[in-house]
Design a protein around this ligand. Structure first.
Ligand SMILES: N[C@@H](CCC(=O)N[C@@H](CS)C(=O)NCC(=O)O)C(=O)O
Length: 203
C-alpha cells in the first residue's frame, strides 16, 4: 500500500503530541502539521476527536486520536526502523511501561500545579525510572523504542529539576545516583540521528 499524506493535529507545547512527532521523525514519515491553539480550540476539533484533545492523525479522512494508540499504529503501518523489539517479552515490557505511564505523569502534573507532597511522589517515579535504566539501557529493553518515546517528553520538561541545585525541590534526591541514569538516557536520546530536539520534544 502506498503512503497516504498524513496530517497531525498538533500543539507544540503538548507532550502527547511530542510522542507522535518523535515517532514520525524516527520513521522519516512526511506529514502536515496543523497547529491547534489549546487555549482557544476550534469547535471543529470535536468532530475529529470527541474529547477535543490533540494529538490526532488523519489519513485520507480516516482519524485516529490517543498518542499511545497512534504510536502503535505508526509502528505497524511504517515498520522501519522498528521501534518495538522483535522479542515478544521485550514488546510486552515496552507496552507495560506505556500502559503505566499515567502513574508517572500524575505526580508530574501535580508538581506543576504546586500540590503538597507532589515533589516526593514525582521523586519516587524518577527513582523508579532510574532503577529501570540500571537493569536495561532503554525502557523497552536493549534498544531505543516506543517506551522511551512515551516518557521522554515529560522527562525532558522535568530535566531542569533533575539538575537543580536546590535539594529541597530536586527530584531523585533520595536516590543514591541523583538520577544519573535518567540524565544519561536523556543525553543518549538527544544525540540520536533523527532527534530534532527542540521541535520534537516541544521544549
Ligand atoms: N490521552 C491523550 C491525552 C492528550 C491530551 O491531554 N492532550 C492535551 C494537550 S497536551 C489536550 O488536548 N488538552 C485539551 C483538553 O484537555 O481539553 C493522548 O495520549 O493523546
Amino acid at each position: 500500500m502506498g503512503r497516504l499524506m498524513l496530517t497531525l493535529y498538533d500543539a507544540a507545547r503538548c507532550p502527547y503530541c511530542a510522542r507522535v512527532r518523535i515517532v514520525l521523525a524516527e520513521k522519516d514519515i512526511e506529514f502536515e502539521a496543523i497547529e491547534i491553539d489549546l487555549s482557544d480550540r476550534p469547535a471543529w476539533i470535536y468532530e475529529k476527536n470527541s474529547t477535543g484533545r490533540v494529538p490526532i492523525v488523519e489519513e485520507d479522512a480516516w482519524l485516529l486520536p490517543e498518542s499511545a494508540v497512534i504510536m502503535e499504529y505508526l509502528e505497524e503501518r511504517y515498520p522501519e526502523p522498528a521501534l518495538l523489539a522483535a522479542d515478544p517479552a521485550d514488546r510486552a515490557l515496552a507496552r507495560l511501561r506505556i500502559f503505566r505511564h499515567d502513574g508517572f505523569t500524575k505526580p508530574y502534573y501535580a508538581l506543576r500545579r504546586g500540590e503538597e507532597g507532589a515533589a516526593a511522589r514525582f521523586d519516587e517515579e524518577l527513582t523508579r525510572l532510574d532503577a529501570a535504566l540500571a537493569a536495561r539501557p532503554w525502557l523497552g529493553g536493549d534498544a531505543y523504542g516506543l517506551a522511551d518515546v512515551a516518557y521522554a517528553p515529560w522527562v525532558f520538561r522535568a530535566r531542569d529539576m533533575l539538575t537543580s541545585r536546590s535539594s529541597r525541590t530536586r527530584p531523585c534526591r533520595h536516590g543514591s545516583t541523583g538520577c544519573s541514569r535518567v540524565r544519561r538516557w536523556l543525553r543518549r536520546q538527544s544525540s540520536l540521528p533523527r532527534y530534532r530536539f527542540s521541535r520534537d520534544v516541544g521544549d
